[in-house]
Structures are given as C-alpha cells and as structure tokens.
Design a protein around this ligand. Structure first.
Ligand SMILES: [Ca+2]
Ligand SMILES: [Ca+2]
Length: 136
C-alpha cells in the first residue's frame, strides 16, 4: 500500500486536488499545494499548504486525484494568525483579539482551540496549554 500511495502521489502533478471518499459516502477534498501524506496503522495524515488534517484509515473508502475545485479548507487549530504553525505569536494575536482589538485579523476557526464554537479566554488558556504540551 505504501508503494502504491507514493506512486500515486508522484504521478499526480497535473492534478490540483486529492479527494477522499469515506465509508459514509461523504467526501473531503484537499488542495495538492504542498501536499504530503503520512500514515500509520490507524490514521492518514494529510498535510498541505493550508495545514494538516487526519482521517482514520478505517473510514477511507477511496482516494482519487481530481481537478475539481471545492477543496476542504484545512484548519490548523491554534494557528490563529495563519502562518502555518502554532507559536507564542498566536497567543499574542489571540490575546489582542480578546482585548477588543477587532482590527486584528484572526482565523476564528483556528482560534476556537477548545471547540466550543465561541472565542473566549478559555481558548487562550487552551492554546497556551497546547504550546506547553508540544514543548515537552
Ligand atoms: Ca501561527
Ligand atoms: Ca472556544
């Protein structure tokens, strides 16, 4: 499977998107820009210029390359300032936003670190926790 996957990626340079069909027949499409796939026995991890997403392999029915638009934007949770990584800079930007600096352009989906559909001080705390844990 690994060899097949690598060959598919290598031959896919003319395609713009990679589409996964899941066992429930829903599909997710990812931009090929900077695309990299890694997987273990449980998950396939899709990394592209927009971020990283993980799909359980058990849910993947089919994978195909396509030129269809409509790529699913990948949200890197915690990357509030959308620079592709989660750093202390994201805490600063999120804190600025919390302080009412509404001119601050943040990625609201990425800022909802604790996934309660609201941007609160709890997300700042969760983001700091995330950073502390990633530095262990
Ligand atoms: Ca960032
Ligand atoms: Ca939240």
């Amino acid at each position: 499977m690994l060899i097949a996957l690598v060959a598919m990626v290598a031959s896919a340079e003319t395609y713009n998107y990679l589409k996964f069909t899941k066992t429930d027949n829903s599909t997710v499409t990812y931009s090929m820009e900077g695309l990299k796939l890694t997987y273990d026995n449980i998950n396939v991890t899709i990394t592209n210029a927009e971020g990283t997403a993980t799909l359980p392999l058990a849910q993947v029915l089919n994978m195909e390359f396509t030129n269809d638009p409509g790529a699913t934007p990948i949200v890197l949770i915690g990357d509030v300032n959308r620079d592709g990584e989660v750093t202390i800079g994201d805490v600063t930007v999120l804190a600025d936003y919390m302080l009412g600096e509404n001119a601050v352009d943040i990625d609201l989906a990425a800022a909802d670190v604790n996934s309660d559909n609201d941007i609160t001080i709890g997300d700042v705390t969760a983001l700091i926790d995330m950073l502390l844990n990633s530095n262990k």
